[in-house]
Structure formats: structure tokens, C-alpha cells
Design a protein around this ligand. Structure first.
Ligand SMILES: Cc1cc2nc3c(=O)[nH]c(=O)nc-3n(C[C@H](O)[C@H](O)[C@H](O)COP(=O)(O)OP(=O)(O)OC[C@H]3O[C@@H](n4cnc5c(N)ncnc54)[C@H](O)[C@@H]3O)c2cc1C
Length: 474
């Protein structure tokens, strides 16, 4: 039986309470624009469920009323994945009221958490119990666990602990037809058929709604040492990474690369965040070691590896953070590159990954072609180099209008970057996902069989195509 839009809204109001069905345009506004200000959507309503049962009931009603759904967490997507289209016929289901931490199992080193829990809240709760929840990214004060899982978020600790996928043991999901999949299993070994959990992780809200998850916790390191290292070029950066990997193995928890241009931009927009290394090095690497033995052990290890790096000419200067707040300031500088770019004006972002052995050739070739074709173009290159993940962003020459530059050259620049990514067997989306931004690029760069299989999965799990249509698959 169908349901009219007004009957649908009345049903949601009686289920959630009127104040949790936002209909007023001013109330809806914050949920309808993406973080990068690229997309502006409209929505029939914003729905704020409190329980998994609420979500299931809403999804059933959406199927009856033929209303499609945009699941939303902290709305920090970099690719417009959580923004509705402009039809005004979709609903946004934002999970922010489902934020409880249902339980922490000390012996099993796991936590059960609802999808709307803010990432930073989970980190702090785990820390208070003597555990580390290692997922860490610039948006952690506002992104939610559900969004992290739906995007298989990466961030700064992937090198040691893996992406969100590796941190998740079980999921509770409301399927596209409104059934509840009770998959909150906290097992490290569980080979019982197809891995449905892995299917929902990274599916960007296109297959179902994640309502809760079992996540892994880790012992809190007793010491962390962070250093900034001046490196002359990309080959030296990679050799430095390999040196740290060889000498410190699993103690290496962060290896971030920042080009001179990216730090110049950060210092321009946030003058108190100047690179403490002298002489503006071509590349600055942020290295973090996490130790379970002692402060002295970690510090000694950091110093001896850096000494070897100086002796072999891989590094010309380094600053080891003296205390937690200095270490934090290094990370803040790294995390503010994205913010600095946003303040500078629109730019063309490429969140790409490559085999580490191909990074140098990729950067050299792509920089050369872009600079030949677009005189004065600025390449803001930084990223989680330890994972082969570059944020290879292209900004217009100083003085050019960013909107005009992007409108005119966006496609040509994406084509150049992605052609080089393909040549070097990389990925056009390392961690931010596809959303609506990269839909055409995915279609152009993913093999046709892989694409067909993705379509078959979507059709099988969401036959009415109500889950986040127009994202990931057209
Ligand atoms: C400053 C900044 C820094 C960032 N740094 C990183 C980084 O280092 N690494 C990284 O990977 N990403 C990064 N991001 C991107 C973004 O923060 C992450 O992708 C984050 O995981 C998204 O979480 P969210 O709660 O904001 O999700 P949203 O933006 O709300 O949603 C993202 C996608 O997930 C879906 N979704 C959300 N919640 C659910 C749910 N409960 N069930 C099903 N689907 C759902 C949405 O439909 C959408 O497709 C950054 C973003 C910003 C703004």
C-alpha cells in the first residue's frame, strides 16, 4: 500500500515526536549543504531518530511512500555524499541522537557504540578506560562513527592500525527494506559465509543504515614521540619512511608528508602555525612513534633513527617535540592544511593513493604536465605518505578567481591527474569515497565487471533504490 507525503510526515511525527521531524527551512538548512560548500540540496524533512527501531520504522515508511533516504552523520563528507539532491523529495536521516556507548568489554578489548557517537567522544571514553581507539582525522570533533564506517575512513593512524574497516568487528544495520540485521558480533575470527559487515562498510549509505558497531580497542601507548623532519625531496621521504619501518616496525604510528607550498598556505591563513623547521624545507615529514615500554626507549629510538637519517643525507634538520602540547601543535599544523585551503578559496582536490614505489614518478610527471598546461598553477601536495595516500590538490595561480578557474579547468585537471593515477596503478579515491563528486570519475576508471557487480549488489540489497540514490552509482 502506498503512503502520501503528508501521511508519511504525520507517521514520522507520531513515531519520533514533532520536534524531531524538521520541516522549517531554517531548521533544515544546516543539513542541506556539504562541508566544502559545493552542493546545496533540499529535503522533504530532516528526521532525527533516537533508536534503531525508529530507524527501521522510518525506512519501512520510506519504502511505502517511495521517499528516498540520505543517511547523514556529522556531514563532513568531502564528496557531497551526505547532501540530498535538489528535488525536495528526499529525507535526510541524521543519526546524531543515537550517540550512546552501549558497553565496553575490557577483556575482549572492544566497545559497542551507536552510529551517532562523535569520533572524538569515543576516543576520549576509550582513553579514560586506558585504551586507544586509533581512528583519528581532522574532522573528529564532528564526524560520527556511522559516517566513519560508511566511508571506511582513514586518517593519520592507518599505517599502524588500518582504516575504519580494520577496526570494526560487527555491525547493526537497518536494511534498505527496514529490517534490522543484528550483527554486533565481537569476534576476531568468524568465517561464516559472505562478509556482510564488509559490504556495508564503505558503502556510503547506499545499501542500508548503520545504527551501531562493535569496534576494536588497543592498549594505550605509554609514550609518544613526535618529530618534524626536513627532507629534500620525495625519494628521500620514501627512504626515510623505509628506514623508520625497518628500525621501529610497529612503533611507527604516523608518517605524514607536507610540501613547502602546503605549509606556506597554512602559515598564510593561520599565522601562528609556522613551520618550526628553519629554511622552509621542500618537504616536512611528521613522524610519530608510539611505545609501550617507556618514554626513554621511544625518545632514544627516535634520536638514533634520525641520526642515521642525517648521516645518510635523507634529512637536513629535525625538531623533536619536547612535550605533549608541542606534539599537538605539529599535528594541528598538519590538520590545518585542509582548513587553510578552504579559507584560501575553492581548489580542485584529489584524494588519491599509489603504490609507495610509484609516488615519486607520479608527482614528478603530474606536476610537470599541470605546470606546462596551466601556467602559475599551485600544487598543494600533502598526505598520509606512509599509506601511499596523497592529497594532491590544485589551486589557481595567485590572483586568479578560483570559481572561474575551477569552472573552466576542472575537468581537464581531473583528467590529467586521474590518467597519471591510472598509469601508476593507483586509486582515484583513497579515503574520502565517491559521493556525488567522483561519480563520473569512478565510472570512467573502474573496470566494467567490477561496476556491474556493484550494481548487482545494490539491486539485491536495495531493490527500490531508496538508499542515497545518485551517490557511488548513477
Ligand atoms: C577537515 C576534514 C578532515 C578530514 N580528514 C579525513 C581523513 O583524514 N581521512 C578520511 O578518511 N576522511 C577525512 N575527512 C572526510 C570525512 O570527515 C570522513 O569521511 C568522515 O568519516 C565522515 O563522517 P561523517 O559522520 O561526517 O559522515 P557524513 O559526511 O555525514 O556522511 C558520509 C557518508 O556516509 C553516509 N553515512 C553517514 N552516516 C551513516 C550511517 N549511520 N549509516 C550509513 N551511512 C551513513 C552518508 O550517507 C554519506 O554517504 C575529513 C573531512 C574534513 C571536513
Amino acid at each position: 500500500m502506498g503512503m502520501t507525503p503528508s501521511a508519511f510526515i504525520a507517521h514520522c511525527q507520531s513515531l519520533l515526536g514533532e520536534q524531531y521531524v524538521l520541516l522549517d527551512e531554517t531548521d533544515k538548512a544546516p543539513y542541506l549543504r556539504d562541508w566544502r560548500n559545493r552542493y546545496q540540496g533540499k529535503a522533504l524533512a530532516i528526521l532525527l531518530p533516537k533508536t534503531t527501531e525508529h530507524v527501521a520504522e522510518i525506512v519501512k515508511a520510506c519504502n511505502q511512500a517511495k521517499v528516498s533516504i540520505v543517511p547523514q552523520g556529522g556531514n563532513t563528507s568531502m564528496c557531497g555524499a551526505a547532501t540530498p539532491n535538489d528535488s525536495g523529495q528526499q529525507v535526510v536521516i541524521n543519526l546524531k541522537r543515537m550517540q550512546s556507548i552501549r558497553g565496553l568489554d575490557i577483556s575482549n578489548q572492544t566497545v559497542v557504540v551507536e552510529a551517532g557517537c562523535i569520533l572524538q567522544t569515543l576516543q576520549e571514553t576509550a582513553r579514560a578506560q586506558g585504551f586507544l581507539f586509533p581512528l583519528s582525522l581532522g574532522a573528529q570533533g564532528s564526524c560520527q562513527i556511522g559516517g566513519n564506517l560508511a566511508t571506511n575512513a582513514g586518517g593519520t593512524n592507518v599505517l599502524r592500525y588500518g582504516n575504519a574497516r580494520e577496526l570494526c568487528l560487527g555491525l547493526e544495520v537497518v536494511t534498505a527494506q527496514g529490517e534490522i540485521m543484528h550483527g554486533l558480533r565481537s569476534l576476531r575470527k568468524d568465517n561464516t559465509g559472505f562478509d556482510l559487515r564488509d559490504l556495508y562498510i564503505g558503502s556510503e549509505g547506499c545499501l542500508g543504515i548503520i545504527t551501531a558497531a562493535v569496534l576494536k580497542l588497543f592498549p594505550l601507548p605509554v609514550a609518544q614521540w613526535t618529530a618534524l623532519v626536513a627532507v629534500p625531496d620525495i625519494p628521500s621521504t620514501i627512504q626515510l619512511l623505509n628506514l623508520f619501518q625497518k628500525r621501529t616496525a610497529a612503533l611507527l604510528t604516523g608518517f605524514e608528508m607536507m610540501s613547502k607550498d602546503s605549509l606556506d598556505l597554512t602559515a598564510k591563513q593561520f599565522p601562528h602555525m609556522k613551520n618550526p623547521l628553519a629554511n622552509d624545507p621542500a618537504y616536512t615529514v611528521l613522524v610519530e612513534l608510539s611505545d609501550h615500554e617507556s618514554e626513554e626507549h621511544a625518545r632514544m629510538l627516535m634520536e638514533t633513527v634520525l641520526e642515521s637519517a642525517f648521516e645518510s643525507g635523507l634529512a637536513s634538520d629535525a625538531v623533536i617535540a619536547n612535550n605533549l602540547s608541542q606534539a599537538q601543535s605539529f599535528w594541528t599544523m598538519r590538520e590545518h592544511i585542509t582548513m587553510a585551503q578552504a579559507q584560501e578559496g575553492a581548489n580542485l582536490k584529489h584524494d588519491i593513493s599509489l603504490p609507495i614505489s610509484s609516488l615519486h614518478a607520479f608527482i614528478e610527471e603530474t606536476d610537470r604536465v599541470l605546470r606546462q598546461k596551466f601556467d602559475g598553477v599551485r600544487i598543494i601536495n600533502f598526505g598520509h605518505l606512509g599509506d601511499g595516500n596523497l592529497h594532491y590538490n590544485v589551486a589557481p595561480p595567485i590572483g586568479d578567481d578560483p570559481q572561474h578557474f575551477n569552472r573552466t579547468h576542472e575537468k581537464a585537471i581531473h583528467d590529467i591527474v586521474y590518467a597519471h593515477v591510472e598509469k601508476h596503478h593507483g586509486s582515484i579515491s583513497a579515503e574520502h569515497g565517491i559521493g556525488q563528486l567522483k561519480l563520473p570519475d569512478l565510472e570512467a576508471h573502474r573496470g566494467s565487471i567490477a561496476h556491474q557487480l556493484m550494481r548487482s549488489v545494490k539491486h539485491a540489497l536495495d531493490p527500490n533504490n531508496i538508499m542515497n540514490p545518485g551517490k557511488v552509482l548513477s
